[in-house]
Design a protein around this ligand. Structure first.
Ligand code: PRP
Length: 215
């Protein structure tokens, strides 16, 4: 690597996806040992050999870092991309973190969905919920933003249904809820800053090609 090469910076969403992403990078020969230390409070990690930097952030902030060019590349769930609506190129479906965005609720809520009634929808994803009900279903609903454990909504009477991620479906089952409608499939995606894609085209295209080969 030449001395004057600039660092390529990666923003990874904290949690499940970050672990899988690092495993994937390892398969193409990119390692970042210091990132594996669970007790570390460090926020940014450097791979001097390949001139790479990695940082972890809250998932919804990943597209923000990438849009502004603070990170060249990001790895984040499709749910977050749809919700955040940031400018960036979506270049790869990484194939892991597969799940579905769904409208869920008790079986009794099925009727409310059929008859386009004015219902309450709780979600961590108000923009996805709005787009689905207003633009696709043409149903006026009241959307209530929550920050997690959204399944509580219908159980405690806050909302009629929820819009949330379903992976195995066990959270729904254990709480007497079910999938009522499917909105879209989800998985981890790689995104690239629009200027970086041009300025660092060779390195980024090589990275994409290397990952594609092992997918
Ligand atoms: C997600 C999602 C569901 C659950 C789905 O929540 O919001 O609650 O996982 O997974 P399952 O279908 O395999 O049960 P997460 O664990 O990210 O936490 P949160 O509820 O606080 O958002």
């Amino acid at each position: 690597m030449s001395e004057d090469m600039r660092y390529l910076t990666f923003a990874l969403g904290k949690g499940r996806l970050a672990k899988k992403t690092l495993e994937l990078f390892e398969q193409i020969g990119i390692t970042c040992e210091e990132m594996k230390d669970k007790d570390s409070r460090k926020l940014i990690f450097v791979n001097e050999e390949h001139k790479l930097k990695f940082f972890l952030s809250k998932g919804p902030d990943v597209p923000t870092y990438v849009e502004y060019g603070a990170a060249d590349i990001g790895v984040v769930g499709k749910d977050t991309l749809l919700e955040e609506q940031r400018r960036a190129y979506e270049v790869l479906d990484l194939g892991f973190g597969k799940c579905r965005m769904c409208v869920c609720g008790p079986e009794s809520a099925k009727e409310l969905l059929k008859h386009h009634e004015m219902i309450r929808v709780a979600s961590k994803y108000p923009n996805i919920a709005k787009d689905y009900f207003y633009n696709k279903k043409h149903q006026t609903v009241d959307i209530i933003k929550l920050n997690g454990s959204v399944e509580l909504g219908p159980i405690v009477g806050l909302s009629d249904v929820i819009v949330d991620i379903v992976e195995t479906g066990s959270t729904l089952r254990e709480n007497g809820l079910e999938v009522l409608e499917e909105i879209c499939p989800l998985s981890a995606r790689m995104i690239v800053n629009q200027v970086s894609m041009k300025m660092e085209a060779d390195r980024i295209k090589k990275l994409i090609a290397d990952i594609k080969e092992i997918l």
